[in-house]
Ligand binder design. Structure first.
Ligand SMILES: Nc1ncnc2c1ncn2[C@@H]1O[C@H](COP(=O)(O)OP(=O)(O)OP(=O)(O)O)[C@@H](O)[C@H]1O
Ligand SMILES: [Mg+2]
Length: 353
């Protein structure tokens, strides 16, 4: 599932423009067997991308070019994705006799869900199936502020790259998840992607997206509370958070601060699950956590204890061959949950066109 795609998108770099960093993945292979061809991560200036919005396009474009040069990336064609409050994913009920009526009905039903001027939205929809007991259809509506897509494609053009696919972060996560885990058709899974400033909570079953919610909470909140609570700079707090020792910091004090933010994260996940429950009675059976903040100590355990279901840290490289002669296995393992969106995007290279 994707928002836009040009013909012949084969040979793509999956480029995830996050608020903390750029992540790029290129794959090669055929017949469903994939191999890692290239992987790169480049930090962004803190004010270049804020809460998922590209604020300083020049700085992001320069970082893309630097990332390409330093990592010998050559493929200019790119699959990227967007997320945040200008992305709307909603399931709606629609009654229609034919395609034309369906398109009109979706437009009508969509209006109350779009929080920005509908004239500025790029909209698409997918029929998930008929609803029981009547002739209404279960439809997934997708609306993105056009400006958001233009901002992503604009920055790529500025870096002399060619945007071929513009996806949604949560759908890219779903793509990587399906490739890695080949989940059973009837399994309801929640994919919780926690980056630096944003969390995407996405419920999926049998390859279909069932509910998606983006929440402005992430790793920066953990860093901020350590900074304030322990009297550190942002950089020092960031180092402590990712596990570097600091003689001034008591590990127990650090954990207490981290837990308090995790409680907030858990509350937001619960709200997302409740929103999903309004649309479906089928319980969520498992949670996969991805994004850099999947590594926050005890977060998977807290989610598992709260919801009483298994929680796994998503490994997007589970079914991708990474030649140990080219890529240090420890480096790949350390990055793995953070590269989920980029892997999901890179897999678009192999979509049938
Ligand atoms: N080992 C670790 N333990 C805890 N947090 C970590 C670790 N490694 C990275 N992080 C945090 O993960 C975040 C970056 O994750 P990611 O790259 O997924 O975010 P992003 O895509 O840049 O941001 P967003 O999607 O929110 O715009 C940062 O807040 C970083 O501090
Ligand atoms: Mg991200």
């Amino acid at each position: 599932m994707r928002l836009g795609r040009s013909k012949n998108s084969h040979g793509l770099v999956g480029l995830d423009i996050g608020s903390s960093s750029l992540k790029a993945v290129e794959l090669k292979g055929k017949g469903g067997e994939y191999e890692l061809a290239n992987i790169a991560l480049g930090p962004l200036n803190p004010n270049a991308v804020v809460d998922g919005a590209i604020v300083d396009a020049g700085s992001v474009a320069a970082t893309i070019e630097k990332l390409y040069a330093e990592n010998k990336l050559e493929t200019a064609n790119i699959a990227t994705s967007v997320s945040g409050d200008s992305v709307i994913v909603k399931r709606i009920r629609v009654t229609a006799a034919d395609e034309e009526e369906l398109a009109m009905a979706v437009q009508q039903e969509a209006l109350p869900h779009i929080r920005f001027d509908p004239a500025e939205a790029t909209m698409t929809y997918y029929v998930l199936g008929p609803l029981p007991g009547g002739d209404a259809l279960d439809v997934l509506l997708l609306a993105v502020k056009r400006e958001k897509i233009e901002s992503a494609t604009g920055v790529l053009a500025r870096a002399s790259k060619v945007p071929m696919v513009v996806d949604i972060d949560a759908f890219a996560v779903q793509n990587a998840f399906e490739h890695s885990y080949e989940p059973p058709q009837d399994q309801v899974a929640a994919l919780v992607n926690i980056g630096a400033s944003m969390m995407n909570v996405h419920v999926t079953r049998g390859g279909l997206p069932l509910a998606t919610r983006d929440v402005p909470v992430g790793g920066n909140h953990y860093t901020d509370i350590l900074r304030q609570g322990l009297g550190l700079s942002f950089e020092e707090a960031e180092k402590v958070k990712v596990g570097m020792e600091n003689p001034q910091v008591q590990p127990e004090a650090e954990l207490t601060y981290l837990r308090s933010v995790s409680e907030h994260v858990v509350t937001e996940v619960r709200k997302s699950f409740e929103a999903y429950r309004q649309t479906s009675p089928d319980p969520i059976q498992v949670i996969y956590v991805s994004g850099g903040s999947a590594r926050i100590p005890e977060l998977p355990e807290m989610l598992s204890a709260t919801f009483g279901i298994p929680v796994e840290v998503l490994d997007p490289f589970r079914k991708i061959h990474c030649d140990p002669a080219k890529f240090d296995p420890e480096y790949i393992a350390s990055l793995s949950p953070r590269m989920t969106v980029a892997v999901g995007l890179a897999l678009r290279s192999f979509d049938p066109s």
